[in-house]
Design a protein around this ligand. Structure first.
Ligand code: MN
Length: 223
C-alpha cells in the first residue's frame, strides 16, 4: 500500500485534497463513501487498511440489496485524512468536480479474512461488516475473474440489514447534497439557455413596414 500514485496524479498547489496521512490508526477502522461529480457522477468507496484508504470507484453506488452486484473499479490508495474531505476540486485538476461524504462509519473485517485484509485483497475476496448511517451489515468485495484487472464487485450479503427491494443510492442521497443542488442548477441553466429568445418588438414605422415587405418579397423570390 502506497500513496505514490495518489501523489503523482495531483498537484497539491491547485487542489484542496489532503497530501498525507496524519491520522494514526487506533481502535476500529473507518470507511467512507464519497459521492463525486467528476466527468461522470460516481461513488468512491474507501476502507482504512494498513495506514491508507484502499479505494474503489463505484459508478452506480453501493446497494443494500443482495441481488445487486455493483461494479467497483479499484483505484489508487488514498491518505486516511481523505475520509474527511468534502469540497470542490478545481477545474484542470485530476477528478475535478464536487466531492461530498455520502456515508461514513466504522468497519470490521469478517472472521473468514482472518484479520488480514491485505491478503484477502490479494486473493480477490474481501469480506467485512459496515457500521455506517446508510450502509449496515455484511458486504463482500469480489474481484472479477474476467474483464479489467481492477474490476471488482461490491455485494451486500444477506443479513438483518439487507433490503428486500431494489436499492438506488441516488434515492438515499441527503436533500442537502451540494452535488444535487449543482446538478439541478445546471439543468435549469440549460433549460433557460435553450428557450427561444423573445423577439424585441419595435414600433412599426412606415420605413420598417416597407423593409419587412421587401424582406418577405425577397424570400418569395428565393423560394
Ligand atoms: Mn472519484
Amino acid at each position: 500500500m502506497s500513496l505514490a500514485l495518489y501523489k503523482k496524479k495531483r498537484n497539491f498547489n491547485n487542489t484542496p485534497e489532503p497530501v498525507t496521512a496524519k491520522t494514526k490508526q487506533k481502535g476500529k477502522m473507518i470507511f467512507v463513501v464519497q459521492r463525486h461529480s467528476a466527468t461522470r457522477l460516481h461513488y468512491d468507496f474507501r476502507l482504512q487498511l494498513n495506514g491508507v484508504l484502499v479505494s474503489w470507484a463505484i459508478p452506480k453506488g453501493p446497494s443494500m440489496y443482495p441481488k445487486d452486484k455493483r461494479l467497483a473499479m479499484m483505484v489508487e490508495d488514498h491518505p486516511i485524512d481523505y475520509a474527511n474531505f468534502e469540497g470542490v476540486i478545481p477545474e484542470g485538476n485530476y477528478g475535478a468536480g464536487i466531492v461530498e461524504i455520502w456515508d461514513k462509519g466504522t468497519y470490521e473485517l469478517s472472521p473468514e479474512n482472518d484479520g488480514d485484509g491485505m491478503e484477502a485483497i490479494q486473493h480477490g475476496a474481501l469480506k467485512f461488516s459496515l457500521s455506517g448511517i446508510k450502509l449496515q451489515g455484511r458486504f463482500a468485495l469480489i474481484k472479477m475473474k474476467k474483464g479489467a484487472p481492477s474490476a471488482w464487485m461490491l455485494i451486500k450479503e444477506k443479513d438483518e440489514y439487507a433490503s428486500d427491494i431494489p436499492y438506488d443510492s441516488e434515492e438515499h442521497t441527503d436533500a442537502s447534497s451540494p452535488i444535487t443542488h449543482q446538478l439541478a442548477a445546471s439543468i435549469t441553466n440549460n433549460f433557460k439557455a435553450n428557450q427561444p429568445k423573445k423577439v424585441q418588438t419595435k414600433a412599426a414605422s412606415p420605413k420598417r413596414i416597407k423593409a419587412a415587405k421587401l424582406k418577405a418579397e425577397s424570400k418569395k423570390k428565393v423560394l
